[in-house]
Design a protein around this ligand. Structure first.
Ligand code: ZN
Ligand code: ZN
Length: 335
């Protein structure tokens, strides 16, 4: 008899998630099967559920790419992972491992990268997930499972961007204090940067300072103007439109405006940027090496996401809270 798993699926664009049962294959020689215990909810999941990314969504669409669980079964060739071990999976769950990008440690750019929950793959809002063991990462003992989950997408994304784009002592701004932003503050502060948190909500000030921000400013024209030329690196984690001219004005010469959120479309004043020789960059998730480094750093330096947990039966409430910007700061589903 074929074994099955039950996931939480959107059956059409934007529809509430409902239980959906599908076959559960035996793991291949290089694969592991994970019994999922927790999975973070990311705005990318909302885009997939709502069909905003075209053919990336395949209905019934099962999302979830901040997956934490325990190894249930291993393939015959898997070494280094054993049943019962706590592990996690991020945005992608496989790649060719032999192309130019894989050899550079940038598996996220592999032309044959296998996304965890898009393009027909069913993700972590489910009882079980099977994937290539090389893209399954052991979770350090110090990290509790609910806190570990958001590190696998949100954490890796901001960690990799900050690791590449900053140096200790730099003045780093984080624009948008949500799932990505509250982790970015912690990583940047622990990297030795001076962190300025920028948010439209004054009520996030106390939390932002506790997480490691030195300064906090609300996003008003007056405060933006008062902070002109104060930052070397501005990480935009917000997904909505902002005062981009004001954001550019915050940067010092040679500064970088880096997008981790995806507030499409964005209009930038290139003349104003040229005047200060600014750089625009983006933050994708990282490679396998970045993931290992991030997990070790988060464990050692106590970078813990602040999470709200939801039982699986309340998954639609969690997604609504995420849609309405009401989660402090990452929703994690208990499967
Ligand atoms: Zn994500
Ligand atoms: Zn490759």
């Amino acid at each position: 008899m074929t074994q099955t798993t039950t996931g939480w699926a959107a059956h059409s664009p934007g529809s509430p998630l409902e239980p959906f049962t599908y076959p559960r294959p035996d793991p291949g020689p290089n694969e592991v099967e994970i019994k999922v215990t927790h999975c973070g909810a990311c705005t990318s999941d909302l885009h997939l559920i709502e069909g905003n990314w075209g053919v990336a969504s395949r209905y019934p669409q099962v999302c979830g790419h901040e997956v934490v669980g325990k190894v249930a079964r291993t393939g015959s060739l898997v070494t280094g992972l054993a049943p019962g071990q706590r592990v996690g999976v991020g945005w992608y769950k496989g790649a060719c491992t032999t192309c130019e990008w894989c050899l550079k440690g940038e598996e996220q750019h592999c032309p044959n990268v296998v996304p965890t929950c898009s393009d027909g793959h069913r993700g972590g809002f489910a009882d079980f997930l099977t994937c290539d063991a090389r893209f399954v990462f052991a979770i350090p003992d110090a990290l509790p499972s609910p806190m570990a989950a958001p590190l696998f997408c949100a954490g890796q994304t901001v960690f990799t961007a900050l690791l590449r784009g900053t140096r200790p002592g730099m003045r780093v701004g984080v624009l948008g204090i949500g799932g990505l932003g509250h982790l970015a503050i912690q990583f940047a502060a622990k990297f030795g940067c001076t962190v300025t948190a920028l948010s439209s909500c004054e009520d996030k000030k106390v939390q932002a300072m506790e997480l490691g921000a030195r300064y906090f400013h609300t996003l008003t024209p007056a405060t933006l103007q008062a902070q002109e030329n104060t930052l070397d690196f501005l990480l935009v984690t917000a997904s909505n439109d902002q005062d981009w001219a004001g954001a550019i004005a915050l940067l010092r010469p040679r500064g970088t405006l880096c997008f981790a959120g995806m507030p499409n479309p964005v209009t930038l004043d290139i003349a104003a940027m040229t005047y200060k020789t600014l750089t625009v960059s983006t933050a994708n998730v990282g490679g396998r090496h970045d993931m290992l480094q991030m997990l070790a750093f988060a464990s050692e330096h106590h970078v813990w996401p602040l999470v709200e947990t939801f039982p699986a039966a309340r998954i639609n409430h969690a997604l609504d809270a995420l849609r309405n910007n009401q989660v402090r700061y990452r929703a994690v589903i208990e499967l």
